[in-house]
Write a protein that binds this ligand. Structure first.
Ligand code: SAH
Length: 397
C-alpha cells in the first residue's frame, strides 16, 4: 500500500480538510509511489486522514482527494465530483448556446488541480497537478457525460504546472476536432470572442462577470479609464452602460486589437473608445502630467504575487497604481480596484489601498467588497480559494 506518513503534530491541517500537504510536514512515504498516484495519508500515530495525490516535484507534495476511509478514488469518483460541481451551479446555468461559465474550480470543488470552463459548445479543461494528470481520461469523460458536450480542449499550462514539474499540454482532446480561432460567447448581452489556445487562463476572465456588471451600472455619462483592460471585459461594459468616454490601457497590442474587434462586434466601436498600448505604471503618470482626469477608473492588474513570499514586492506595485489612479480621479470619482494575487489576502489588500488613499490625499469609502462570481465558489476549509479581491471605492478630497 502506498502511504504518506506525517510528522508528529502535522495532522491538524488535513483534519480541518485543508487540501494541501507540504513537503515539510512529511515523515516518510512508503510504497514507491509514482507521480499522481493515490496515497493513503496517515498521521504519525497511524490514524487515517485521507486519500491524496502524490506530487513528488512540488512543495505541495500531496493534494487531498477525500477524507473518508471508504472512498475509492477511481473513474466513478471523478464522475461524481464533476457532477456535484455542475449541480452546485444549476441555478446559474442558463444553457444558452453561447453560455460561458466555470464548471469546476479546483480545490473549491474537491478537485485540486482541475479547472473546467464551458465556452459555448466547447469545454476547456486545465489540469495543473500530478494527480489531475493521472486522472485526465476519467475527468474528460466525466465532463462530457455530465454536460452532454463533446468538444474538449486541453489548456494545461501556467506557473503551477511548472512547479509540479509537468510540461504544458495544449490542444484538442480529439485531435481532428479543432476549436475556432475565437469561440463566440455571450455575457450580459455582450458578445466576446474567446481564444482558448492563446488567451489568458483558459481564454477569458469569467471571474469578473459580476464586477463588470457593476461597472456598467455606474458608467453612464462618465469618463472611464480601464487599466489592464485585456480584451475589454470592463471597457465594453462601460461603453454599453453609456460612458461618455472609455480609455483602455494594456501592455498587449494583441489584447487591444481584440478589444477593438469586440467593440465592433457589439456595435460599440464609436469615437468614445480609445485604446492605449503601454505600461499602466507609466501611463498613469503620463495622464497626471497631462492633467487628464477620470470619473471612474478600473485597476485589474495581473497577479503581482502568486505566492506569499512575493507579497512585499506586490504590495509596492498595488500601492503605486492605486495611488496614481486616485490622483487622477475627479471629485466624486469611483475606483474599482482588484487584486488576484493568492499571496495578498483581503485584509492586506485593503490596508495597501488605504495607504494609497492617504498618500494621494483623498478620502475613500468602500461601497462594495467584490469577489469572484458565484461559479468560482470558495470552500470554507480552503480560504486560499478566495484569490480575487476587489474594492469599489467612492472618493472625494
Ligand atoms: N480586466 C481584464 C483582465 C485583466 S488581465 C478582463 O476583465 O478581462 C491583466 C492584463 O494586464 C493583461 O491583459 C496583460 O496584458 C496586462 N498587463 C500586465 N502587466 C501590465 C502592465 N505593466 N501595463 C499594462 N498592462 C499590463
Amino acid at each position: 500500500m502506498k502511504k504518506l506518513i506525517l510528522k508528529p503534530g502535522r495532522e491538524k491541517s488535513l483534519q480541518r480538510r485543508h487540501p494541501w500537504v507540504f513537503s515539510g510536514a512529511i515523515a516518510r512515504v512508503d510504497g514507491d509511489p509514482l507521480s499522481g498516484d493515490t496515497l493513503e495519508l496517515r498521521s504519525s500515530t497511524g490514524g487515517f486522514l485521507g486519500w491524496g495525490a502524490w506530487s513528488p516535484q512540488s512543495q505541495i507534495s500531496a493534494r487531498l482527494w477525500d477524507t473518508h476511509e471508504r472512498t475509492v478514488v477511481d473513474d466513478a469518483f471523478f464522475r461524481a465530483r464533476v457532477e456535484a460541481a455542475v449541480t452546485r451551479r444549476a441555478h446559474l446555468l442558463a444553457g444558452e448556446p453561447r453560455e460561458a461559465i466555470r464548471l469546476v474550480h479546483g480545490e473549491s470543488d474537491g478537485l485540486p488541480g482541475v479547472t473546467i470552463d464551458r465556452f459555448a459548445d466547447w469545454i476547456v479543461v486545465q489540469l495543473t497537478s500530478a494527480g489531475a494528470w493521472r486522472w485526465r481520461d476519467a475527468i474528460v469523460e466525466a465532463v462530457r457525460e455530465v454536460t452532454g458536450l463533446e468538444k474538449v480542449f486541453e489548456r494545461s499550462d501556467g506557473e503551477v504546472l511548472t512547479l509540479e514539474g509537468l510540461e504544458p499540454r495544449i490542444g484538442p482532446v480529439t485531435p481532428e476536432v479543432e476549436p475556432p480561432e475565437r469561440i463566440a460567447i455571450e455575457e450580459a448581452g455582450l458578445v466576446f470572442g474567446v481564444d482558448v489556445r492563446h488567451g489568458h487562463k483558459t481564454g477569458f476572465y469569467l471571474d469578473q462577470r459580476d464586477n463588470r456588471a457593476l461597472v456598467r451600472d455606474l458608467a453612464t455619462d462618465r469618463e472611464v479609464l480601464d487599466c489592464f483592460s485585456y480584451t475589454g471585459g470592463f471597457a465594453l461594459n462601460a461603453l454599453a452602460g453609456g460612458a461618455a468616454s472609455v480609455t483602455a490601457v494594456d501592455a498587449s497590442g494583441e489584447a487591444l486589437a481584440q478589444l477593438r474587434d469586440h467593440a465592433r462586434d457589439n456595435a460599440l466601436a464609436d469615437d468614445r473608445l480609445s485604446t492605449l498600448e503601454g505600461d499602466v505604471f507609466q501611463a498613469l503618470r503620463r495622464f497626471r502630467d497631462q492633467n487628464r482626469k477620470f470619473d471612474l477608473i478600473v485597476l485589474d492588474p495581473p497577479k503581482f504575487a502568486p505566492t506569499q513570499a512575493m507579497a512585499e514586492r506586490a504590495a509596492r506595485g498595488y500601492k503605486d497604481i492605486n495611488l496614481w489612479a486616485m490622483k487622477l480621479l475627479k471629485p466624486d470619482g469611483v475606483l474599482f480596484t482588484f487584486s488576484c494575487s493568492g499571496g495578498v489576502n483581503r485584509g492586506l489588500f485593503q490596508q495597501i489601498v488605504a495607504g494609497a488613499a492617504i498618500d494621494a490625499g483623498v478620502e475613500a469609502y468602500v461601497l462594495h467588497h467584490m469577489t469572484a462570481a458565484a461559479d468560482h465558489p470558495v470552500t470554507l476549509t480552503f480560504p486560499e480559494g478566495e484569490y480575487l479581491k476587489g474594492l469599489m471605492l467612492a472618493t472625494d478630497r
